[in-house]
Ligand binder design. Structure first.
Ligand code: DAS
Length: 213
């Protein structure tokens, strides 16, 4: 026969059961989403300035990758995301050693079964060179998506957040498998092999003679 003293225990068991069910459904939801690693190297996409009205005066490579991810909770709707700060520099300062370090980290991650795609945040000044270099040396069909921005996150109409969201969505997409190194900027996906920076004052700075993919 049940007594009232058993009721709290019953409720506790029920709550524990619901908790486990919630944890199980959370785990299933996470398993359904691709795992994307963001390798951060600096650039304007990690830049910060004193005035929202001045998008041209700022310091590049100031905001860490964890802060970039925390500032964009929408990323969790398209992928399970984690970040690694590989460097924190303006891309004109990247050295050949830096490029080798980055390429080795990309290769190592691409071999991991728990990584579906890789995003690399980068400065715009040399992102086309890095994208071309990675095109030559990486041997994986997993998406490798470069991303940059023309305005720091502190500026009005900053373009980094959307570019980063697009990069993560592309890196986690099965449609991007086997497409080589890519660059997402300004609502477009470009081939990392062919893309160039063609203007330095607009958010549509990157294009290739073949057009976007
Ligand atoms: N100096 C640039 C760089 O880091 C800024 C940019 O990202 O546009 O490449």
């Amino acid at each position: 026969m049940q007594t009232q003293t058993h009721l709290p225990l019953k409720i506790a068991k029920l709550v524990a059961g619901l908790g486990l069910a919630a944890m199980a459904s959370l785990a299933m939801a996470q398993a359904a989403k691709p795992n994307v690693v963001i390798l951060a190297t600096g650039g304007t996409i990690a830049g910060a300035g004193a005035s929202a009205l001045n998008s041209a005066t700022y310091a590049a490579a100031k905001v860490g990758v964890d802060k970039l991810i925390a500032g964009l909770p929408e990323l969790a709707t398209v992928a399970n995301v984690r970040g690694e700060q590989v460097f924190q520099v303006a891309s004109e300062s990247l050295t050949n050693d830096n490029l080798l370090t980055l390429a080795k980290r990309v290769s190592a991650l691409a071999k991991q079964s728990d990584v579906d795609g890789i995003v690399i945040t980068h400065g715009t000044d040399t992102v086309e060179e890095t994208a071309y270099f990675l095109t030559l040396v990486e041997r994986t069909s997993k998406p490798i998506v470069m991303v940059a921005s023309m305005r720091p996150g502190t500026a009005l109409s900053a373009d980094g957040a959307l570019n980063l969201f697009d990069a993560v969505a592309v890196a986690g997409s099965k449609d991007a498998v086997g497409k080589g190194v890519l660059l997402t900027m300004n609502d477009t996906i470009e081939s990392g092999r062919d893309v160039s920076k063609n203007i330095n004052i607009k958010t549509n700075a990157f294009s290739s003679q073949w057009g976007p993919l």
